[in-house]
Design a protein. Structure first.
Length: 238
């Protein structure tokens, strides 16, 4: 049997060779240094997808609850367990309420967004004034945390209680790092024998491009266990 184009099938690299149609498509190149900030943002947020959403609860100096979603959010390590959050500055250069609250209070909660919570999460993207609580305006129920003062959002089934560590400023970007102190999940979601999430329990929402673009984890791609080197070598040219 011969591959397309007359080459023996064994010569085809199943791991790296793209479809023929893909190889024929002209390639575009974008030099970030030549693009405006809005265009860089549009490209990056359209291509780096889906992005996890941290629905962040924090407290201001008067004890008011602030709630806002951030898709510049992810887990970065487990020794210690670290999350990072990128609440960049507003267009006028001022620091966002979430960042200010976290830096002043030293703590926050990252609530994981599910399909059921998505409409409320999207509504909290609105730029409310600092003195107005998104929680009160939307009528959301809160739950007390165990290790931090910032509360949890009841409609979210998973919560990460975090202690603020530091802020790193890179140009106009601000990245806040936090240590995860405690995780809350429903009772029947985690297998206590191996600490793995049971299949299909969490249907999380991630961010796509555009003002209202989101995706869910319902469409799962399972490739099995990571192969051993010999298995990889044997499949090349199969």
């Amino acid at each position: 049997m011969r591959a397309r184009g007359g080459a023996p099938a064994r010569d085809r690299n199943l791991w790296t060779e793209p479809p023929i149609s893909t190889k024929l498509v002209p390639t575009m190149h974008f030099d970030m240094a030549e693009l405006s900030q809005p265009n860089r943002y549009k490209l990056l947020t359209a291509l780096v997808v889906p992005r996890p959403i941290g629905w962040i609860t924090s407290l201001d100096a008067e004890g008011r609850v602030n709630l806002a979603p951030y898709s510049f959010f992810n887990v970065l390590g487990n020794r210690p367990p670290i999350v990072a959050l990128g609440p960049n500055r507003r267009p006028d250069g001022t620091i966002k309420d979430t960042a200010r609250n976290i830096e002043q209070s030293g703590e926050f909660v990252a609530n994981i967004v599910t399909v059921e919570a998505a409409p409320a999460m999207h509504a909290t993207s609105a730029d409310f004034p600092p003195e107005e609580s998104e929680v009160e305006t939307l009528g959301l129920e809160l739950l007390p945390s165990l290790k931090v003062k910032a509360p949890r959002v009841a409609i979210s089934p998973v919560h990460l209680e975090c202690r603020y560590l530091q802020t790193v400023e890179l140009g106009e970007n601000r990245v806040l790092f936090g240590e995860v102190l405690l995780i809350h999940t429903p009772d029947d979601w985690i297998d206590p024998s191996n600490y793995r999430l049971l299949k299909d329990k969490l249907v999380a929402v991630g961010r796509l491009e555009g003002p209202g673009g989101y995706a869910t984890t319902r469409d799962r791609l399972d490739l099995g266990s990571v192969p051993k080197p010999d298995e990889v070598r044997s499949r090349r040219g199969a």
